[in-house]
Design a protein around this ligand. Structure first.
Ligand SMILES: [Zn+2]
Ligand SMILES: [Zn+2]
Length: 137
C-alpha cells in the first residue's frame, strides 16, 4: 500500500511526486485556499462515502473533493450579499443633510468593503453609487 510521504499512514491521493493521507492532504489544500473560500469544505473519507469538513454533507467521492453544497451556498450567499450591499440606504428628503451625508458615507464604506471582500467588483460599486448620486441631484 502507498503511504503518506509525511507520516506513513495510508495515502489517499498523490499530488505531484508526493503521497498524502487524509490529514496531510487537507493541510496541503488549506495552504492553497483563499480566505474567501475558507469555509467551503472538502470531503474526507467516511466509510463508503466522503463527508464534508465544513457542513457534514456526505456523497460518493474521493478525499479532497470540494463540497458541492458548500460551494452552492457560498454562491447563493455572495449573490445575496451583492444584492444587499448595492441597495442604497433609506433616505428621506426631510432628513438633515448631515444625516443623509452620514448614511451615504456609511454606504460607500460598505460598498468598498464588499469590493475588497470580492463580493462585488469596483464597476458594480461605482455604478450603484453613481445611480444614487443622480437620484439625489
Ligand atoms: Zn500524512
Ligand atoms: Zn460542505
Amino acid at each position: 500500500m502507498t503511504t503518506c510521504s509525511d507520516c506513513h499512514r495510508p495515502a489517499v491521493k498523490p499530488v505531484g511526486t508526493r503521497n498524502y493521507c487524509d490529514e496531510h492532504l487537507l493541510a496541503l489544500y488549506a495552504t492553497f485556499t483563499s480566505p474567501a473560500l475558507a469555509h467551503v469544505g472538502y470531503g474526507i473519507t467516511d466509510g463508503a462515502y466522503v463527508r464534508c469538513t465544513s457542513c457534514n454533507a456526505t456523497w460518493q467521492g474521493v478525499t479532497g473533493d470540494r463540497c458541492w453544497w458548500c460551494q452552492r451556498s457560498y454562491a447563493v450567499m455572495l449573490e445575496h450579499q451583492a444584492d444587499l450591499v448595492t441597495q442604497p440606504p433609506d433616505l428621506d428628503p426631510d432628513m438633515a443633510d448631515a444625516v443623509i451625508n452620514a448614511r451615504m458615507a456609511a454606504w460607500a464604506d460598505r460598498l468598498w468593503r464588499a469590493v475588497l471582500a470580492g463580493i462585488i467588483d469596483e464597476r458594480q460599486a461605482q455604478r450603484a453609487l453613481t445611480q444614487q448620486m443622480k437620484k439625489a441631484a
